[in-house]
Design a protein around this ligand. Structure first.
Ligand code: UDP
Ligand code: MG
Length: 309
């Protein structure tokens, strides 16, 4: 039996929140009159999150509970949810009651009426700790600078998607924060609406500074990938040629000094610099060629395409 909507909710040690979260979602979806499934991903919880959900699922066959073997992280849990979702539209949200399920109909309405492929929530009045809000401001600022995607709040997971746009989306590490950017490169249309955000009632945030820092490193990968993944040779090769050329000029200069004016090379640090630049230049060129070959192999595999229709 296929359904219209899949609600995908990762939960990691949220034993107090998951049951109220389930009821809130049910309540919010009622007026829509659409068929739906709710998929909870227990992301390796060590508390009773899974038991609570499992118990609940015996009373409602629209509720599906998947248990990840260990804590793989929110990105991996979302990917697992996407892989198992059967709905034409997918909604993702958090299990900790910070998102308000009553925003789901608004997201869907925007998705359908304005023909977006994904509509993202914007927590314009965010209820988190001061340090988290500051970090988030900084991260959002950097992301806007480094990627071509400009929505306000990339860290908010309350979003509505058309199923097809997440089909081949690679999600690992902390990449869920950059889903809008990744979908943007593929040419999908991205919208956003302001949503309600609430304070965490139970448990605590799963994101410490270490994890947030990893998220920041993932941003660099994402930004680099966006710009250069198609032709790495353009960046590595370009840098290699510039370095190599500088090294060549220096060597020529030193060579002329030596041959014409008889100046020795042993007391000239520049000699070392010239040689180094040539070596680095050759290395960069080689890296560029290698990266290009890797991509050729990647796209040469069955079904890998560098375009979407
Ligand atoms: N989460 C998860 N796996 C993790 C970390 C978090 O499934 O490794 C879930 C968590 O249970 C919650 C959502 O992802 O439902 C968002 O996490 P959290 O509320 O800690 O993030 P914050 O709101 O503080 O940014
Ligand atoms: Mg939260």
């Amino acid at each position: 039996m296929s359904v219209e909507l899949s609600i995908v909710i990762p939960a990691y040690n949220e034993e107090e929140s998951v049951v109220p979260c389930y009821w809130e979602v049910i309540e919010a979806l009622k007026p829509l009159g659409k068929s739906y499934e709710i998929i909870f991903l227990d992301d390796g919880s060590t508390d009773s999150t899974f038991e609570k959900l499992n118990e609940l699922s015996k009373t409602d066959n629209r509720l599906r509970v998947l248990k990840l073997r260990k804590n793989f992280g929110q990105s991996a849990a979302l990917r697992a949810g996407f892989d198992h979702a059967e709905g034409r539209y997918i909604i993702t949200m958090d299990a900790d009651l910070q998102n308000d399920p009553h925003d789901i109909p608004l997201l869907l309405q925007k998705l359908e009426s304005e023909d977006f492929d994904v509509v993202c929530g914007w927590r314009y009045s965010r209820k988190d700790t001061f340090s988290k809000k500051v970090y988030s401001k900084f991260a959002n600022y950097l992301r806007k600078k480094l990627t071509h995607e400009q929505i306000h709040d990339s860290g908010c997971t309350l979003r509505a998607y058309k199923k097809e746009c997440v089909n081949n989306l690679e999600l690992y590490g902390e990449l869920h924060r950059y889903i809008p950017a990744m979908l943007g490169w593929k040419g999908y249309r991205i919208g956003e609406i302001k949503i309600n955000h609430r304070e965490r009632q139970y448990g605590k945030t799963k994101y410490n500074w270490k994890r947030l820092f990893r998220g920041f490193l993932d941003l660099l990968v994402v930004a680099f990938w966006e710009r250069y993944s198609v032709r790495p040779m353009h960046v590595f090769g370009g840098a290699g040629l510039v370095f190599g050329f500088l090294g060549f000029i220096i060597s020529m200069y030193l060579g002329i000094m030596r041959l014409v004016y008889g100046r020795g090379l042993s007391d000239r640090p520049l000699f070392l610099v010239g040689i180094l630049l040539i070596i680095v230049g050759v290395q960069f060129l080689a890296t560029g060629v290698l990266a290009d070959i890797l991509l050729k192999i990647y796209y040469g595999q069955n079904g890998r395409k560098n375009y979407l229709i």
